[in-house]
Write a protein that binds this ligand. Structure first.
Ligand SMILES: CC(C)(COP(=O)(O)OP(=O)(O)OC[C@H]1O[C@@H](n2cnc3c(N)ncnc32)[C@H](O)[C@@H]1OP(=O)(O)O)[C@@H](O)C(=O)NCCC(=O)NCCS
Length: 183
């Protein structure tokens, strides 16, 4: 199995152009998964929807997904050799706050350290953009039962000593109604 060291990715480029992380080799009884790499900002709407559905989630419509991808800070694709096997989306302000969304490894490739490789690449990308005297908050909401995966990377459950519970709600758009009122 790979060590922490050989899972490290190359430093991301200063801009948002595509970068490839260092190849890694993971052997298992089931299959040999070779050469993990991460590409940035190449995921198309249809690819996102396919990956989203691969883990049993029901995606929003194409227009909403396309807009989300376009307005993300960065969209990461995880490859095993030439096969795209996962994704993660990063939101944030390049300064104080980052948010990880839509983090997926397709079922056939789970439990072979692909998720570890992808998440580490995303954390390296964030750290690689920031001066060494800046500390930033990286947040996410875990899917049920996946908390243990994120804990391995130092994510803490909420509430904790210093913070209350994370909170969220769904909100329905009303721009259509506002536009209709104007006409
Ligand atoms: C969660 C997910 C991304 C993990 O990816 P993965 O490639 O299977 O994970 P890895 O093989 O890289 O696992 C890395 C480590 O995390 C552990 N881990 C993986 N999934 C875990 C889970 N659900 N609970 C606890 N630990 C987990 C592994 O055992 C491994 O630990 P080790 O290094 O001590 O052996 C993947 O299972 C997935 O896509 N699930 C469905 C979608 C989902 O729930 N995404 C998260 C949304 S918040």
């Amino acid at each position: 199995m790979p060590t922490e060291q050989n899972l490290e990715t190359e430093k991301p480029m200063a801009d948002d152009s595509e970068y490839l992380s260092k190849p890694d080799v993971v052997k298992s009884e089931k299959k040999t998964v070779t050469n993990y790499s991460v590409k940035n900002n190449e995921l198309k709407t249809v690819d996102f929807i396919r990956l989203f559905e691969s883990v049993g989630w029901c995606p929003p419509g194409e227009a909403q997904v396309a807009s989300a991808l376009k307005n993300s800070l960065a969209v990461f694709s995880l490859y095993s050799d030439t096969t795209r096997i996962g994704m993660g989306r990063l939101l944030g302000d390049h300064a104080m706050s980052y948010y990880i969304k839509d983090f997926v490894v397709v079922p056939d490739f789970q439990k072979h350290n692909g998720g570890r490789f992808l998440l580490q690449a995303m954390l390296d990308y964030i750290a690689g953009q920031l001066p060494s005297d800046w500390k930033v908050s990286v947040e996410l909401i875990s899917a049920p039962g996946v908390e243990g995966f994120y804990r391995k990377f130092g994510f803490e459950d909420r509430p904790c000593v210093n913070d209350g519970a994370g909170m969220c709600r769904m909100l329905t758009g009303r721009a259509d109604a506002a536009n209709n009122d104007k006409s």
